[in-house]
Structure formats: C-alpha cells, structure tokens
Design a protein around this ligand. Structure first.
Ligand code: 13P
Length: 248
C-alpha cells in the first residue's frame, strides 16, 4: 500500500509574488492531488499572500512561513510575526531551519519560543533539526538532534507537542548534492520518533530534507520511517517539483 506522504517545498530566498503565481499555475495545470498526500509550500514572506491566493481551492495544499518571530507584534524590523504570516494566508511555520540556526545564529532557546508562538497563534510548526558534518563524523548525530528536539519542545504543553511536525535535515546534506541514505535517515527518524512519543506526541510525522531530488526521492519515500520530504533547490521548478510530488 502506498504510504501517506507530505511533500514540502522550501523556496528559501526565491520566487517573488509574480513568479510564485506562475509556479502555482504551471504546477496545478492537470495536477491531481492524491488523497494520501499533502502538499506544503514555504515561500518567502513577501510571497505568502500571492502563493496562498494562487493555490486557493487546490486540494490538500497548505502554505507556510519560513520563519516567525516569537512576539505577535512590535519593533522587530525585518521579522515576520505569526499573526502577520497568518493574515497573509499561512497555516504552517518552519521553525529552526538550519540556515536560521547556522547563518543567522538562532539558538535552541529561540526555536523553543518560536515553536510556542507558532502553535499559540494557530500555525502548525514544522520544527527542523539536524547535525553538522563534524558532529556526524564525531558520532554525535543522535545526541545533537535529540538535544535540539528537547530544547524546542521540553517543558511545552502536550497539546503543542502533539501538533508539531518535525523535519530531519542533516546540515551536510543541504544544498550539497549529498543525501543521507534512506537507511541512515531512517535510524535518526526512529530516534526522533521515540523521543517525540516519550514526550507525549500521539502520532509523530517526520520529514527528511537535504538534497532530495527526482533521482533519490523514490528510495527515501519507500523508507517506512520517512513521512515526507522537505525540498529546497529541486522544488523551484514546477515541472520537476510535480514529478517529485508524483513519486509512486
Ligand atoms: P536542498 O533540497 O536544496 O538541499 O535544501 C534542503 C532544505 O534546506 C529544505 O528546507
């Protein structure tokens, strides 16, 4: 039986509103959403409204913000609050993406506040965790991702924990063309899943991200521990992204 999957596109700092509208038109032309799949799009904050409007009425499609601030409003130049993202049409929020952590210096404590604000404001948090190359080589992958998980979710209420979706994205695999093998990713997903269950999550969903493309998506999607994929570069072309979304 085909496994239910979440196919998530992270457009990062690409696709202005007009390009996002063109993408949606091309992607949706002749597209049939599968009942066992969800299609998530994370445009730049400036393109959330255009993306949400362009996908309005499309079945099983949701739009999210790539990052949110922990305060609902205030003097935080350049930041996007949960109410602002929601007002633009978002229903999801990426939190703790590795580029936020390692390029912008976001801490574990920041991710905890952001997860809480996303959930509190009505957005589903997609919490990202993942180890750097040196950490993998030192054999500390599991310790790192479980630390990130506990830091973001420890002490949060069980309603929040049960609402979180997690993405495992090894930093060394993001944008590098290197992917974790399905079996390696599966091991980390298993550790994340048991920790989430221990924390009270009734049915964790864990996506894999890091250089997912048309060539490797089938193998990843077939791994029972992988509940979907979070894709950067290969999600920017509507035809290629369609083929990835249509993986058997
Ligand atoms: P790439 O698919 O470009 O490696 O990016 C992965 C990612 O960071 C998705 O959030």
């Amino acid at each position: 039986m085909a496994r239910p999957l979440i196919m998530a596109a992270n457009w990062k700092m690409h696709l202005a509103p007009a390009a996002a509208r063109d993408f949606a038109r091309a992607f949706l032309s002749g597209f049939v959403a599968r009942p066992d799949r969800r299609y998530w799009f994370f445009p730049s904050a400036v393109s959330i409204e255009a993306t949400a409007a362009a996908f309005a009425g499309a079945e099983r499609v949701s739009v999210g913000c790539q990052d949110v601030h922990w305060e609902p409003k205030g003097a935080y130049t350049g930041a996007t609050s949960v109410p602002l993202a929601k007002g633009a049409g978002a229903s999801l929020a990426l939190v703790g993406h590795s580029e936020r952590r390692h390029v912008f210096g976001e801490t574990d404590a920041d991710t905890a506040r952001k997860v809480a604000s996303a959930h509190g404001g009505g957005l589903t948090p997609l919490l990202c965790v993942g180890e750097q190359l040196a950490e993998r080589e030192a054999g500390t992958t599991e310790a790192v991702v479980l630390r990130q998980l506990r830091a973001a979710l420890g002490g949060q209420d069980v309603g929040l924990i049960g609402a979180v979706v997690v993405a495992y994205e090894p930093v060394w695999a993001i944008g590098t063309g290197k992917t974790a093998t399905p079996a390696d990713a599966g091991l980390v997903h298993r550790a994340i899943r048991s920790e989430l269950v221990r924390m009270g999550h009734p049915s964790p969903l864990i996506l894999y991200g890091g250089s997912v493309n048309e060539g490797n998506v089938a193998g990843l999607a077939a791994e029972p521990e992988i509940d979907g994929v979070l894709v950067g570069g290969a999600s920017l072309d509507p035809a290629a992204w369609r083929r990835i979304c249509e993986v058997p």
